[in-house]
Design a protein. Sequence first.
Length: 448
Amino acid sequence: MGTPMPTPDKIDFTKLPIYKPEVECASRERIRAIQLARLIQQVEYTYARVPWYRSQMDEMGVSPADIKTLEDVRLLPFTDKAALRETFPFGMFATPLDEIVELHSSSGTTGKPIVVGYTKEDMDVWSECIARLAQMAGVTAADRVQMAFGYGMFTGGFGLHYGVQRIGGTMIPAGAGNTERHIQMIEDYGTTVLIATPSYAMHICEVGESMGFDWASSTLQVGLFGGEPCPPGLKTEIESRMHITCTDNYGLTEVMGPGVSGECLAHRDQQHIAEDHFLWEVVDPETGEPVAEGEMGELVLTPLDKKGIPVLRYRTHDLTRVVTDKCECGRTLARMQKVRSRCDDMLIIRGTNVFPSQVEDVISDIELLAPHYHIIVDNETGLDRMTVEVEIKPEAFSDSYEEMKGFAGEVRDKLRSVLLVTPVVKLVEPGGLTRTMGKAKHVDDLRK
Ligand SMILES: [Zn+2]
């Protein structure tokens, strides 16, 4: 697991506002009662309106009347990306298009994108979920919030935009790109909150430093991150260099977009799930059977009041574990461990399972390495070969070939001890690995 993150001394998280305490701090019994009432309604709604689910359930011999407890969710069919693709674009919609007020889509890097539609009620739930996580990070109506996500079809931009407006914050919709302009705007407008992917926030930080911008005395206080998993090492680095507190949230287009869960400052490797809107299950990715409470498995989500596209039991392919004890921040909503790996991220190298997050953890523990890496896997020579490119910090740079070779060897040995696979380690000069505006791409699997 990742390095535990300290809560910055300046923030007393027990004093931060809670957006909807009657739900976020309700008893577990109360939360389960809300979930059950909504689940029953949602299954009826979905069965009545979406032919795809009706035929799946008929085939399985399940009817909405069979849902009597929360555990009965297991009687329902799973949904995966393939089902949403097959029915492209609007086959899974439960309402006519004239009730849909906004469309978004997944990036569609492989094959057709997935299109999702939101009714007015859906937009309301979505912005509330974002408002909750923004408040968990301390954002209030007094904040000036600069958007560095792209707007467009991607759910991150508009989702965060509406949620911040919901609590009365001032949105500055700068959008993606033009890093120097972002820095200028922070200075001109007195921006206090930055919304970005963690890798782009790091890029803004570095460009600012190279321009001589003094982050320590800037108005910026909070980073709201999303769009990609945030390695703990990268976050610590950004927090210390930009002098801000950063939280990240979790979500996916297929079930809503960002806002399914968000980090509070009491447990920085976990995120509170908006359980009144999402029923979670953790299952064994191979068998689909539930794992014991607190065990690691694949997260499965059922949105409980979604009207545009009511998805049942969506298989996220994200690996996590969930705990339900009361949090020190006062919330009782369950906490999921931050997703570091996806079932399908797993690389099988010479028969050994390797997760990119393991590489990330090793790198973040090595003082002289920057939190950037790139993995290349090929089999040109007939055998799998894994190459890890890592970026050294300026203070580790040396003209001596021998010294650099020795350092690469140390990194290789540390990686080998964790991965049980021996990689080739290539040291890259400071700033040498590509930074991206959107999701960082950490792996190239070139095997034929
Ligand atoms: Zn908490």
